[in-house]
Ligand binder design. Structure first.
Ligand SMILES: [Zn+2]
Length: 134
């Protein structure tokens, strides 16, 4: 079963096949073809999807809140903000996905490289240098 706008169904199929999964969800934000999502799975998985997504949203929100609160109370420069490219930091400080990063490392997308940062955050100099070369 496929639910969504259609333009990312092929990508979702690839992700599902690569993971050898019963189902897959992808959400693309400001991608080359705009934003969209695709959901693929059988009826049972699709029925469980709202609960699964609520749990995911709660985890994302809790994590973001924890990091932001820590960043504000930590003082200037104590949280390093990396630029993310294809799911990994541009500077290569780790090969792990952001959810595995130490709590004093956060990320923004490449298109946000000129964005002012909140108190307590400082840009990763290596990421910024790599972004200038691209
Ligand atoms: Zn970096």
């Amino acid at each position: 079963m496929a639910v969504g706008l259609g333009k990312y169904d092929d990508l979702c199929t690839k992700v599902r096949d690569l993971a050898k999964a019963r189902g897959a969800i992808i959400i693309v934000i400001q991608g080359e073809h705009g934003s969209g999502f695709s959901v693929q799975g059988d009826l049972e998985l699709t029925a469980r999807l709202p609960a699964l997504m609520r749990e995911m949203a709660n985890q994302v929100e809790a994590d973001a809140f924890t990091k932001a609160a820590r960043a504000v109370s930590a003082g200037p420069g104590l949280v390093t903000m990396h630029l993310l490219s294809a799911g990994l930091p541009l500077c290569g400080f780790t090969t792990q996905m952001p959810r595995e990063w130490p709590e004093d490392h956060m990320w923004l997308g490449l298109n946000e490289k000129d964005r002012p940062l909140p108190p307590g955050c400082a840009w990763c100099e290596k990421c910024q240098a790599a972004a200038r070369v691209q």
